[in-house]
Ligand binder design. Structure first.
Ligand code: CTP
Ligand code: CA
Length: 236
């Protein structure tokens, strides 16, 4: 289903895709989360499978309606994950078995240091608002870059709030240099754009910081254009 028939130019490749947004627990009923819907990552998983790849999709809190795009594809294995720590364990264990890693997930930068065993109750806090002590999560992408196997292509994602497109690419360049990934796909987000939308504009930067392509259109079209760059990077 979905997408025009095309050459199976990713046949024989194992592609690991992370998508969605991690949730970091506060207590048994609450979490810190983000607005990532997982749509772009799911579209990448679907597109890669349609081009012949075997895909493992680590799905962080993705709505079943969004996941339905890949549910009927035998070539996509969906593995649900919740927190950044779960995603890190799963991704590290699977990384050695993949030629390509695409880190589309929005990983929480911080988690709550001491998760409350019981629900935090107003009755127990005597009118004082609770203060959450946060600790930084490990950078999963940087960890994967450090354990990268020869020839493996690792793609990072960055959703940035910016005032100008120049700033978008400039921030992307710096982030790419910091992380050491092979490609970085950058898109602009705001209160109103980028999350639930069916359309997306992705600036794909190569490891030297140069723009490899600007992909615009449905998340599926953007996914295929990103995979074109991945294919070229594998070949280079
Ligand atoms: N990422 C990750 N582990 C983290 C944070 C981010 O693997 N703890 C990955 C994301 O999946 C993404 C890339 O790193 O592919 C960039 O994420 P981003 O949040 O833009 O980068 P940060 O270094 O967290 O920078 P910022 O302060 O802008 O959030
Ligand atoms: Ca971040």
């Amino acid at each position: 289903t979905g997408g025009a028939a095309r050459e199976p130019d990713l046949a024989g490749l194992r592609i690991l895709v992370t998508a969605g947004g991690t949730r970091e627990p506060i207590d048994p009923v609450r979490y810190l989360g983000n607005r990532s819907s997982g749509r772009q990552g799911v579209a990448i998983a679907a597109a890669a499978a349609d081009r012949g790849a075997k895909v493992v999709l680590f799905a962080a809190n993705i709505d079943s309606a969004v996941l339905s795009e890949v549910q009927d594809r035998a070539a996509v294995r969906v593995v649900p994950v919740g927190t950044a720590a779960e995603l890190e364990r799963a991704a590290r264990a699977a990384a050695a078995g993949a030629e390509v890693i695409i880190m589309a997930a929005a990983v929480a930068d911080y988690r709550v240091e001491d998760v409350a065993e019981q629900k935090i109750r107003k009755e127990d806090s005597a009118g004082a608002a609770p203060v959450l002590q946060l600790v930084e999560n490990p950078d999963i992408l940087v960890g994967l870059v450090h354990q990268r196997r020869p020839g493996q292509v690792i793609v990072g994602f960055a959703a940035e709030t910016v005032e100008h497109e120049d700033e978008l690419v400039e921030r992307g360049r710096r982030k790419l240099a910091r992380k050491g990934a092979d490609l970085l796909a950058v898109n602009a987000v705001s209160w109103s754009e980028g999350f639930e939308a069916g359309e997306n504009t992705l600036h794909v930067l190569s490891s030297d910081g140069r723009p490899a392509t600007v992909a615009s259109g449905t998340k599926r079209v953007v996914a295929d254009e990103l995979l074109d760059v991945v294919r070229e990077t594998l070949d280079s």
